[in-house]
Design a protein around this ligand. Structure first.
Ligand SMILES: [Fe+2]
Length: 449
């Protein structure tokens, strides 16, 4: 580098530093990731080869699995599947089922008349705790054989993954978090995504990045998303891809079309998992009332040992300028009444975890950390970072840190660990319950430090 270039660089850095300082003095600095918007480029049309293959759990994960993918328009969809074997002979035993095909023309951000055939089917009558192999195609062009495992019918130990917003620079910068998660917990039963999977709700290229970030992992481990504000456009209207590219359980409030595949529940080996559609819970009074009624029933009649509620908007924000009062005021009484064990959230682009006891509270939460009550977590998987305030309730918090979380569930305990994108352990605790069903939280030493 020439001396003049060094001088120029120095001047540029000084100017940047001055600007950052000036902004900081006014309000917290909220740096955005470098603007790499896939949605600024033309859409990439699907080909004859199956793509964006994904599994979703159904309401009966011991006996069923939902498969969804897409191709160029005009093609049919089939799934071939068989119980997997150690060698290749299972292929002779495979049976073929026809998929439902939605040969769609949809308005996406990059193209007002985007054409793709979305195929989906639910494989039924499967044996519990069994590995199946499957492939998808039109009868001539097929995917590779992919494998998954069905759930047990009883409360047996399993692991699941929890991811916060991937949202920005999804393929270039959020994918490493997802892929490190699979290195740590490659045998996870499923993955939950707490909303804002992408940034511009109807961008097909951003959804393409999201699928590329997980690649074949999504075709072997069920992905279970809840929508964030970035999955909705003005209206609010859910993006046109969501219900076409996923086959999520239709276990939400009965007969409520707007909440189909956004508010849903699944029981998995002793755990009741509930997705709350946070944008509609916040912004649509009628939908909030529907979800409150639905949750009250789900939580009152719950034979499972553990209950996990997940939604995009945190009840206790990690930034005092961000307050989801309507969500907190309507949800917390239910969480308290039914002693929901874990509330897993996103949206605030930082990390915080703490137990919060019963009672009405403001956004600031209680003035002290606790080892009892429901545990609330906020996390972020992608690169967009917001400041994290000094939180009186949080046992652990971290700013500018991309994380994923593993949750080992057994009838005796839930062991939770948060890891950074590099695989470093950041936080850990164990949840147990007394005879009255009150959860106790024991913070565990972080390993590898
Ligand atoms: Fe968000």
């Amino acid at each position: 580098m020439k001396p003049t270039q060094i001088l120029m660089l120095g001047a540029a850095l000084a100017a940047l530093g001055g600007q950052a300082f000036a902004q900081k003095a006014e309000r917290p600095l909220r740096p955005e990731p470098a603007p790499v918007q896939a949605s600024d480029l033309p859409a990439v049309p699907p080909t004859t080869q199956p793509e964006r293959i994904i599994l979703n759990l159904t309401a009966d994960p011991a006996h069923e699995m939902a498969v969804t993918w897409r191709t160029a328009p005009g093609l049919l969809g089939h799934v071939e599947y068989a119980q997997a074997e150690d060698g290749p002979d299972f292929i002779q035993k495979a049976v073929r089922v026809a998929a439902v095909t939605d040969d769609a023309t949809i308005a996406v951000r990059e193209d007002p008349a985007f054409k793709a055939a979305y195929h989906s089917t639910v494989l039924k009558g499967l044996k519990p705790e069994t590995v199946y192999a499957y492939r998808v195609g039109d009868g001539e062009r097929w995917s590779e054989w992919l494998q998954f495992r069905t759930a047990a019918t009883t409360a047996k130990p399993f692991t699941f993954l929890y991811m916060g917003d991937m949202q920005n620079n999804i393929l270039s910068e959020a994918s490493r978090t997802m892929r490190m998660a699979f290195r740590k917990a490659g045998d996870a039963a499923f993955v939950i995504h707490a909303g804002d999977l992408i940034n511009r709700h109807d961008s097909d290229n951003e959804w393409g990045e999201w699928f590329a970030a997980g690649g074949f992992l999504y075709a072997q481990t069920p992905q279970m998303p809840t929508p964030g504000n970035h999955e909705y456009g003005r209206g609010p209207v859910l993006n046109p891809q969501w219900r076409r590219q996923y086959t999520l359980p239709e276990t939400g409030p009965a007969g409520v079309e707007k909440l189909k595949e956004t508010a849903w529940t699944v029981d998995y080996q002793g755990l009741r998992l509930i997705s709350v559609d946070a944008p509609l819970f916040h912004g649509d009074e009628a939908m909030r009332a529907e979800m409150v009624r639905w949750l009250d029933g789900l939580l009152a009649n719950n034979p499972n040992r553990w209950t996990v509620l997940f939604l995009h908007f945190p009840l206790f924000s990690i930034d005092p300028d961000r307050d989801n009062e309507r969500v907190r005021d309507a949800l917390k009484p239910l969480i308290d009444k039914y002693k929901v064990d874990l509330v897993l959230q996103a949206h605030d682009h930082g990390y915080a975890r703490g137990a919060i006891g019963a009672g009405a509270m403001t956004n600031a939460g209680p003035g002290h950390p606790s080892d009892q009550g429901s545990t609330y977590v906020v996390s972020v998987a992608g690169p967009k970072m917001y400041p994290v305030a000094d939180l009186s309730w949080a046992t652990r918090s971290a700013a500018r840190t991309q994380t994923f979380q593993t949750l080992d569930v057994s009838p005796e305990a839930v062991t939770y660990r948060a890891f950074t994108a590099t695989g470093r352990e950041l936080d850990a605790f164990r949840l147990t319950k007394d005879a009255k069903g009150v959860a106790r939280v024991k913070t565990l030493p972080v390993r590898g430090q």
